[in-house]
Design a protein around this ligand. Structure first.
Ligand code: FE
Length: 148
């Protein structure tokens, strides 16, 4: 998928993108990075970026930008907020997944049951996270398959 115009390289390594004092709804995203043969891709780098709850990207600093590394079992996790929407796009999270020594996968993740999914021409159903709604927080899951 397209990275869009708002990618910033060299994001900080951190497992939480939540800003101090933020009242936005929390999103906890977990999953696996695995090879086509379902082997864990340890140390894959997952670089996330998304807009804030008002639909704005931070194009000067690193608000709602950060990367994590998959562990030896290929597991990753990220704590952040549910991003807002901006004109023309349904709700989404951008990510680049880089297996050690491998090619970068640039893609986007989507939320289920979003009205905007039907009108966004970039949206793809297979990139929809599994999301369990919970009071004050949404737990999401998505597994990436990349050449290890
Ligand atoms: Fe975007």
């Amino acid at each position: 998928m397209t990275a869009g115009p708002f990618y910033t390289p060299d994001s900080p390594r951190r497992s939480s993108l939540v800003e101090p004092g933020s009242k936005a709804e929390r999103l906890v995203l977990v999953g696996l990075v695995i090879s086509p043969r379902c082997k864990p891709v340890a140390n894959a780098l997952l670089d996330f970026w998304h807009c804030d709850e008002a639909g704005d990207y931070d194009n000067r600093g690193f608000r709602y930008r950060g990367h994590v590394l998959a562990d030896a079992q290929g597991r990753y996790s990220l704590e952040t907020i549910v991003p807002g929407e901006y004109p023309g796009r349904t709700r989404h999270i951008h990510v680049k997944v880089r297996p050690p020594g491998g090619r970068i996968l640039t893609t986007q993740l989507y939320f289920p049951d979003e009205p905007g999914n039907r009108s966004d021409g970039i949206y793809r159903r297979e990139l929809t996270m599994q999301v369990a709604p919970k009071r004050g927080q949404r737990d999401a899951k998505f597994d990436f398959v990349v050449a290890g």
